[in-house]
Ligand binder design. Structure first.
Ligand SMILES: NC(=O)c1ccc[n+]([C@@H]2O[C@H](COP(=O)([O-])OP(=O)(O)OC[C@H]3O[C@@H](n4cnc5c(N)ncnc54)[C@H](O)[C@@H]3O)[C@@H](O)[C@H]2O)c1
Length: 248
């Protein structure tokens, strides 16, 4: 594992109780920083913080609720005066079904968490970073947002929107010390697989030229670097993590 420099820095990781968010939090702590795990599952986030050690703490938030995000920012700033990095990892897949059969409520929930929730988090944390004159935001999009996976329309559409939001916000902040980027992983085996059909998981694996799933540590390696000061001339950019699947 390469040594990243996140010394003295503090990150908020949404969806940090498990999966990719948890691995990213671990990498940032191993790089010398501290982390606040934001998750709607508070007991899981507290267990995760305990496992990560004294430089991790947990805050309950439902990112799909604007007021909940505002409260989480206030709670975080009470304990840590700065937010140097924001990693937006909270996300859900929604059901694997065709557009014409897609339950309307499920569609709304996916967009509320994956897109609107990420917008609320950026909206509330950016002023903190602008005031400090420094920040790194990393949004976890998906290769589904580039390709448009069949039977995952809400998920794919929400992740395409995350890429566009990243590009807009990156440009808006380009003349500040805040950098905004996103990553587009192909399938990585985490608890999120429990939300998908076996057929869909087989489909995703079949699309990866390396013939294997990614690992949370591989995602954390790139996201960790994007959270460091050294990531200085990239903003509004989309970074690939797809085992060769993506062609752009
Ligand atoms: N694992 C993959 O194959 C994969 C591939 C590409 C992109 N992604 C994206 O990476 C991110 C993390 O995925 P993961 O595999 O770690 O999933 P996961 O299910 O393991 O973890 C997601 C975390 O987000 C939290 N969460 C969900 N809704 C929330 C809400 N409304 N408010 C606050 N927290 C909430 C969950 O409690 C959980 O701790 C997601 O955005 C996902 O879409 C995952």
């Amino acid at each position: 594992m390469n040594q990243l420099d996140f010394k003295g820095r503090h990150a908020v990781v949404t969806g940090g109780a498990t999966g990719l968010g948890y691995a990213i939090a671990g990498r940032l702590i191993a790089s010398g920083g501290s982390v606040t795990l934001w998750d709607r599952d508070l007991p899981a986030a507290e267990r995760a913080a305990l496992a990560l050690g004294a430089t991790a703490q947990a805050v309950q938030v439902d990112v799909s609720q604007h007021a909940s995000v505002q409260a989480a920012v206030a709670a975080t700033l009470q304990r840590s005066p700065r937010i140097d990095a924001l990693v937006n990892s909270a996300g859900i897949t929604g059901p694997n079904t065709k557009v014409w059969e897609y339950p309307v409520d499920a569609w709304r929930e996916v967009v509320d968490v994956n897109l609107n929730g990420l917008f609320y988090c950026c909206r509330e944390v950016v002023p903190v970073m602008r005031n400090a004159g420094y920040g790194r935001i990393v949004n976890i999009a998906s290769v589904a947002g580039k390709d448009g996976n069949p039977n995952a329309s809400a998920y794919s559409a929400s992740k395409a929107a995350v890429m566009a939001l990243t590009k807009s916000l990156g440009k808006e902040l380009a003349d500040t010390g805040v950098r905004v980027n996103c990553v587009t992983p192909a399938a990585v085996k985490t608890a999120i697989f429990d939300q998908m059909s076996e057929e869909h998981i087989r489909f995703m694996l079949s699309k990866i030229p390396m013939g294997r799933f990614g690992t949370p540590e591989e995602v954390a390696a790139l996201v960790g670097w994007l959270c460091t000061e050294e990531c200085s001339f990239s903003t509004g950019a989309v970074f690939d993590l797809s085992g060769g699947r993506s062609t752009y």
